[in-house]
Design a protein around this ligand. Sequence first.
Ligand code: SF4
Length: 352
Amino acid sequence: MVEALREELADLTASVRAFLEWHAATGADGLPGHPSALHEALGASSPDGGPPAPRRAERGFAGLDAPSPPASRGGSGAAFAPPEQRSAAAAVSPPHPEQRPAAAAVSPPHPEQRSAEAQAARSPVQAQRGPEPSRPAVSAASSPRAEPAARANAPQPVTPEERVTRLALLAEEVRTCQKCPLHEGRTHTVFSRGSPLSEIVFVGEGPGAEEDLQGEPFVGPAGQLLDKMIAAMGYQRDGVYICNIVKCRPPKNRKPEPAEMATCSPYLASQLALIKPKVIVALGATAVQGLIGTTEGITKLRGTWKLYKGSIPIMPTFHPAYLLRQPSAKREVWSDLKEVMRHLGKSAPDRG
Ligand code: SF4
């Protein structure tokens, strides 16, 4: 009896030792699928070359008769293979489920997967609202570090003093300009007259003979009529800003060529950009054409608001020189100027 118990205890000890050795050798958790695998894994063999099945297993010990571990856990082959074979098997086998989170933490998820996960994590109310709009990528210009550079590049407000200074510099540049053939016949360039701080800018076609001599716009008979129109609107003669499409007199008072207007237009654009008037009054067809590039006649254009560069309202009307030839057209011009005053919130006497 004692001898039998001793033998049983010895068998049990051998089995436990074999299990511990298998466990240490394979690194596997759980139990091997079949008792014989335990010994195969350890390279142990029975005296006759076969696996020495423990007696406990022969007796149907439930623990060692448990089903083989699922393939996904790598237990069907890899766990029982020699170390070098296990490495190769592990390389081609899917990772253990418990190992996956660690793997996921190392490798970032695919962008589409991230998006799907983010949408799934939203509340039902959020989900009912539909997919979340994708956030615009933060560009270098919008990053906090780029802000000072962006501010430096943004157009800065121009003080009245700066405006006057810049316009004087521009006038000096025009004075020596030879960019188009009109410079050949001029006596003076004609840049502007009046206040750079005006809310209205009157734009004419180009200098006439008198303007060319004096170097100032609208100083001849047409200019005197314009002065009366300006006074009727409630402004001082020099309280408004007056300039032309071209700054040099075309020969024989002809209309400036499109190429001449195009060459000279950056000067006018700079003037208007610095002054930023609330309204531009375009005097005659050439002025409207030079401002907005239209080919329509002034009879059709006058009295209808246009836009300069999409922001400054333009009121086209007849040129004062035309009124000198057609005094009856003064009624329409006065109607157009009253519309300008209405736009600026000013009242005007009814001269109809
Ligand atoms: S018309 Fe204008 S572009 Fe032509 S020469 Fe005179 S300033 Fe220069």
